[in-house]
Design a protein around this ligand. Structure first.
Ligand SMILES: *Cc1c(COP(=O)(O)O)cnc(C)c1O
Length: 379
């Protein structure tokens, strides 16, 4: 049934060998910087590459400050902590996301509340968010509380699914109106823009990920970005075990985290940042071939929306129904073309099934139909 699709993808990548979903590529100064880093002996959490990597990401995204972390989940954890998320809090997010979003909320001992996504962006729906807040929240002393549970809603965490920006300006406006901090899960969206502005720069804080399967990688790694100097300083403090700066004395003023990105990983990150634009244009060329092919074959490919520029991290198609999706998954994987269904919804997982949620029909619709197809850079 999907013979032509399999053939097209194999031809696009010029291979009949197994095709993974997304492989990292290292065609820049990766080995050079790694060697330099090893020779310097500064392989751990202090070194010039960490500072340089932070500067490069800040400059690239247009954020004032960037703080490197051991992974994207840690970046999200700290970002949520910085806006006051604790055991007396709730955080509104989308059910259609990678588990890290909800894990980070849980590390703060808070509960997620799920609102629906939009079908076109696959990201948090401003309409669903607004209707939830209108009926379910109240304002007290300039803060937002859940009417039913009495808990404070400290943050809203939208996610830019597969690098396609959600309607982030509308979400930011709602956050302002309701006095809730906007923390963007921008893990998948380095190189993505909404109305010309980089994803992750619309709220108080945002988190990126540099895991091995992301657009660029540091092996494992993450980054917090913010325009707020005080938050940036506090983020650095918390991620470096809350050590009070001193030439030789070890004093820590609160419980901190060993979350600082090692210099060795940052060396890889600096080299990857240098080739990011080449990676992005390569991925854009692939997406454009996919757009041509799938439109000719009457299949629905997820393309960038007006007002957005996507990084096309993971390409996705939308099958007609679950049955067709399952046939597609089997046929492609059987032939060595790796494809994968979108995540199971967070509200269905044991850990989060008791959490409050709105009507989630769009998320449920997408869950049954969306499949990722090979998206790696072709060298
Ligand atoms: C990758 C990812 C993260 C962070 O993952 P790490 O593996 O911890 O770097 C967070 N949220 C989303 C949506 C992601 O895709």
């Amino acid at each position: 049934m999907f013979e032509t699709t399999v053939k097209f993808i194999q031809e696009t990548y010029q291979t009949k060998a197994f095709l993974p979903l997304h492989e990292p590529v290292f065609f820049g100064n990766e080995k050079k910087y790694l060697n330099e880093c090893i020779d310097s002996t500064f392989v751990s959490s202090v070194g010039k590459f960490v500072d340089q990597f932070e500067q490069m990401v800040a400059e690239y995204t247009g954020a004032k400050y960037a703080i490197a972390t051991v992974n994207g989940t840690a970046a999200l954890h700290i970002a949520l902590k910085l806006v006051g998320t604790d055991e007396k809090s709730e955080v509104i997010t989308q059910p259609l996301t990678f588990i890290a979003t909800c894990n980070a909320i849980s590390y703060c001992h808070a509960k997620p509340v799920f609102v629906d996504v939009d079908k076109d962006t696959m990201g948090l729906s401003p309409k669903s968010l607004k209707s939830f807040l209108e009926t379910e929240s109240i304002q007290k002393d300039g803060l937002c509380y859940n009417k039913t549970t009495g808990k404070k809603i400290t943050a809203i965490v939208p996610m830019h699914t597969f690098g396609h920006p959600c309607k982030i300006d509308e979400i930011a406006a709602i956050c302002n109106e309701y006095n809730i901090a906007l923390v963007e899960d921008a893990a998948e969206s380095l190189g993505s823009y909404y109305k010309g502005q980089h994803a992750g720069t619309f709220g108080k804080l945002a988190a990126f990920s540099f895991n091995g399967n992301k657009t660029i990688t540091t092996g494992g790694g993450g980054m917090i970005i913010t325009d707020d100097e005080a938050l940036a300083k506090y983020a650095k403090h918390l991620t470096t075990t809350s050590k009070v700066p001193h030439p030789y004395e070890y004093t820590h003023d609160e419980i901190g985290y060993n979350y600082r990105l090692p210099n060795l990983n940052a060396a890889l990150g600096c080299a990857q940042m240098e080739i990011l634009d080449t990676i992005l244009s390569n991925k854009r060329a692939l997406a454009s071939q996919y757009i041509d092919f799938f439109s000719k074959n009457n299949m629905s490919f997820v393309h960038e929306l007006p007002n957005t520029k996507a990084n096309y991290w993971l390409n996705a198609i939308i099958l007609k129904d679950k049955k067709e999706r399952d046939v597609f998954l089997k046929e492609t994987n059987d032939r060595g073309v790796m494809t994968r269904p979108i995540w199971a919804l967070m509200n269905k997982l044991d850990m989060f099934k008791e959490c409050q949620s709105t009507d989630l029909s769009n998320a449920l619709w997408l869950e049954e139909r969306v499949v990722n197809i090979p998206s790696g850079v072709r060298l």
